[in-house]
Write a protein that binds this ligand. Structure first.
Ligand code: ATP
Length: 236
């Protein structure tokens, strides 16, 4: 089951060591071609959910399937997930491309599996990949970070707050980047605390509050019709 589905999350629960339940119960799917926005206010449990999906922390309960394979510690399906947790540091004296090459080398995977050109093209960095990253704007660094998460062209791209700190033109560019990526059976999952950003960049939304889903579906339905997304999803 789910062999063609990039991500299935069932009954996810995460209780931290101090007893705090950050994720009470979360169920959702990400299908090929979708750009799904995990939307909710600060503290809703978005980062915790994404960290579980990236294999960085273990869930207390629940099941996760990536193309039908259970996601468990050390699972080979982890290599099918490309992740961006927070803006990675880039070496300022190296170009964007050199930074990505050095990152990929450290993964130990074969260079021909990286697909540098395709990742950079999807990320829309153009000729600036040859410039030193110390000359990059915040938006360019963000796109380079996303290009890095795209290396190897993972079938599921998971990005935590990729539009954070970007201005409207950069958000519009981000939408094009994510839509370009979510083709050829691939899909994207992004988190955001801003309804407008999810509306602009995603095809679908999963709205979470206090560790539970309060609405989910295509963005146009969520934005237009769901009274449950009237909670505070504005900037803090
Ligand atoms: P943000 O946008 O602020 O990152 P979020 O929706 O991503 O919000 P999480 O980061 O998942 O939310 O945090 C959910 C809750 O879990 C928060 O109240 C946070 O304080 C708590 N939390 C996070 N990490 C831990 C931890 N290691 N131990 C205990 N509680 C934690």
């Amino acid at each position: 089951a789910y062999a063609d589905v990039p991500l299935v999350v069932k009954g996810l629960r995460k209780e931290y060591a101090d007893g705090f339940v950050a994720v009470k119960r979360v169920d959702f799917e990400v299908r090929p071609g979708q750009v799904v926005g995990l939307l909710g206010p600060n503290g809703a449990g978005k980062t915790t959910t994404l960290r579980v999906l990236m294999g960085l922390t273990q869930p207390t309960a629940g099941e996760i399937y990536v193309f039908g394979h259970p996601l468990v510690p050390g699972s080979p399906v982890l290599s099918r997930i490309g992740a961006l947790v927070e803006g990675p540091g880039f070496l300022p004296h190296l170009s964007g491309l050199e930074n990505l090459r050095s990152y990929w080398r450290a993964t130990g995977r074969p260079v021909e599996d990286a697909h540098f050109e395709e990742a950079l093209e999807i990320a829309g960095l153009g000729d600036s990949v040859h410039r030193k990253t110390r000359k990059y704007s915040h938006g360019m660094k963000q796109r380079l970070a996303i290009a890095q998460a795209m290396l190897g062209l993972p079938q599921l791209l998971v990005l935590d707050e990729p539009t954070d700190g970007l201005d409207p033109p950069q958000i519009a560019e981000m939408r094009r980047v994510l839509k370009r990526y979510a083709t050829d059976g691939r899909a994207v999952l992004v988190s955001s605390h801003l309804l407008a950003e999810v509306e602009q960049t995603c095809t679908h939304a999963v709205v979470v509050n206090k560790g539970e889903i309060v609405a989910s579906g295509p963005v146009d339905e969520i934005v237009g019709e769901s009274p449950s997304v009237q909670f505070d999803v504005t900037d803090p």
